[in-house]
Design a protein around this ligand. Structure first.
Ligand SMILES: [Mg+2]
Length: 252
């Protein structure tokens, strides 16, 4: 991974502004700080204004594991493209596919509540129902390692078997065949006839974008990580406004 804020790399970023480029952002840990209570995640006023300003120059998207309804509660400015549930929402998924996903998640939830040892639910493990996928959070657990193992054990025995995406203190369960963020970004580009993209995210779920074999997708990770497939990194979430200002500078 290379540092984003380096003059050579910024030149590549600048070149994106000369062509039609989609600027896509993950939400948690990227536009907003990671917080203990996912419901309390906020996007700062400045970040919000910068997101809005960028959208006057180029197509902008937020691609998240959260549901669209949830994202809209947190975004003061809602860009044209809001993709939720890792790509299941916001890209025109067929209603019958969504209905099946909803039913599967409801069944999974009942099974998990029945079989996850009660000690975990009592000690901070939370099931977030995102309607078309589930997120099992263990950030607040007092025994994180055990909680994670117990969640993975139950999840791998669910029927149908979920697509699991591990994130920061969270296990995401998606219906089989559901897209991931990489599929979502490519689909969004296709649907809008856009050939270049900028994408920034902070978590394992974003690796599905980082590992796309497309030289016209410029990828940035929040935080340097040796094993990440992202091309560039910024040090921490608080640098997100600097990222926006840098991009906006190329349009002014
Ligand atoms: Mg994130």
């Amino acid at each position: 991974m290379k540092k984003l804020f380096n003059s050579d790399n910024l030149k590549i970023l600048e070149s994106l502004s000369f062509t039609k480029t989609l600027y896509a952002f993950d939400f948690d840990g990227t536009l907003s700080k990671i917080v203990t209570e996912p419901g309390k995640a906020t996007i700062s006023m400045t970040t919000n204004l910068l997101l809005e300003e960028l959208s006057t120059h180029a197509p902008v998207a937020v691609i998240s594991g959260r549901s669209i309804a949830d994202l809209k509660k947190h975004l003061k400015f809602v860009p044209k493209h809001v993709i939720g549930n890792h790509g299941l929402e916001g890209l025109g998924t067929r209603p019958d596919v969504l209905e099946t996903a909803h039913k599967i998640c409801a069944t999974w939830q009942t099974t998990i509540k029945k079989h996850l040892p009660a000690e975990h639910l009592k000690s901070g493990v939370e099931i977030e129902d995102k309607k078309f996928s589930l997120a099992i959070h263990y950030r607040k657990s007092i025994a994180k390692k055990n909680a994670k193992l117990a969640i993975l054990k139950i999840a791998s025995n669910l029927d149908p078997r979920p697509r699991m995406i591990l994130g920061k203190c969270v296990v995401n369960l998606l219906p089989p065949g559901a897209p991931h963020k990489g599929v979502a970004l490519v689909e969004l580009m296709l649907q809008n006839g856009i050939k270049s993209a900028f994408y920034i995210g902070d978590d394992d779920t974003d690796e599905d974008v980082f590992s796309l074999p497309n030289a016209r997708i410029f990828t940035v990770r929040v935080g340097n990580k040796r094993t990440s497939q992202a091309q560039y990194y910024i040090q921490k979430q608080s640098e997100i406004n600097k990222v926006f200002k840098t991009i906006l500078h190329f349009f002014r």
